[in-house]
Write a protein of this length. Structure first.
Ligand SMILES: Nc1ncnc2c1ncn2[C@@H]1O[C@H](COP(=O)(O)OP(=O)(O)OP(=O)(O)O)[C@@H](O)[C@H]1O
Ligand SMILES: [Mg+2]
Length: 309
């Protein structure tokens, strides 16, 4: 797999740019004057509640939905057939044949895409399905089916992957596996555009994100420049004054608030809760209460949604 072999990739900063992209379904405005740039090699999350226009946006970028007005360009130009071959997508779970093996299903995909079979083993390895390559699709778990869909999108060695709700319906382990896989694929130098209504998912895998609501762009930017990569912990101990002093000396503490009989500490998202409790314990403090205020991330997301556009 040699991304260098693809055309139109020299020194370009954005893989796709939209300009006033708009889609009406009758009177329903699904996407409203969307102007957005997606940087090369980013993992770009399009975040928004149900019905906010995520799938419609991806559909227009993939040329399966006609925009009502506005335009978009891939690699700085109107997309042609050659450009389209550098974009892999799972907009909806592809229909695989239940009684055929993973390998045979991918052979059929390769035939349809008019490409060779030579990448089949590699994409099965990347997606962790190699050991099950000869099992029938019908014997796969939901997570494995989703990974086979990713394998199928990877088959033509795309530069860009477009994924619509890639973890839909998966359990926490399946979600974590897909997240790892997305990171692996990104580490291969591919740009990934994914739609999700899960803030947590976007926060964990994306480098950049945009927030859509009712078809309108409310926010766009790198993930680490927003408060989305923060976490808050609510804590209490028998001696609150000592707890506060110790927390003030914890590396990474961004903010400490005292509310009633608890202390709320704001930390970078990457810090494990165990690190905080160990730090405090090693300084002779016994915690009587420790709650992760994960909801606060959602609150921030909801705040973006509620800000006037
Ligand atoms: N084929 C269609 N015909 C009519 N209206 C549609 C069609 N597809 C989407 N819509 C409407 O366009 C709006 C945006 O839908 P879209 O599927 O793009 O949202 P979404 O953000 O992907 O939602 P979800 O999170 O539920 O997948 C919604 O109001 C939806 O009802
Ligand atoms: Mg959708």
């Amino acid at each position: 797999m040699q991304p260098e072999n693809h055309p139109n990739t020299n020194n370009l900063n954005n893989v796709v740019t939209t300009n006033g992209l708009t889609k009406y379904y009758g009177v329903i405005k699904a996407v409203d004057k969307l102007t957005l740039s997606i940087p090369e090699k980013s993992v770009f999350g399009i975040l928004g509640p149900n019905g906010s226009g995520k799938t419609t946006t991806l559909g227009m970028l993939l040329d399966v939905i006609n925009p009502t007005s506005g335009s978009y360009s891939w690699f700085g130009k109107k997309p042609d057939k050659e450009t389209r071959q550098t974009i892999g997508s799972i907009l909806e779970t592809p229909a695989f044949y239940p009684y055929l093996s993973a390998v045979d299903n991918l052979k059929i995909v390769a035939e349809i895409k008019a490409i060779g079979y030579e990448n089949i083993h590699e994409v099965l390895q990347i997606t962790g399905l190699y050991d099950r390559r000869n099992s029938a699709f019908s014997t796969f778990s939901l997570g494995m089916k989703q990974r086979l869909a990713l394998a199928s999108a990877l088959l033509c060695d795309p530069l860009v992957m477009i994924l619509d709700e890639p973890t839909n319906g998966l359990d926490p382990r399946g979600i974590a596996e897909i997240r790892e896989l997305i990171r692996d694929i990104a580490a291969r130098g591919k740009t990934i555009i994914l739609a999700s209504h899960l803030l947590d998912e976007v926060q964990k895998v994306c480098t950049h994100f945009a927030v859509l609501n009712k078809g309108q762009l409310l926010h766009s930017g790198p993930v680490n420049e927003t408060k989305l990569d923060e976490q808050r912990l609510e804590m209490a101990a028998e001696n609150m004054t000592n707890l506060k002093t110790v927390l003030e000396s914890f590396p990474g503490t961004k903010k400490i608030e005292t509310t009633g009989d608890t202390i709320t500490i704001t930390l970078p998202g990457a810090i494990q809760i165990g690190e905080v409790s160990r730090f405090v314990f090693e300084r002779g403090i016994f915690i009587t209460h420790l709650v992760s205020l994960k909801k606060s991330l959602e609150t921030q997301f909801l705040e973006i949604l509620n800000e006037p556009a």
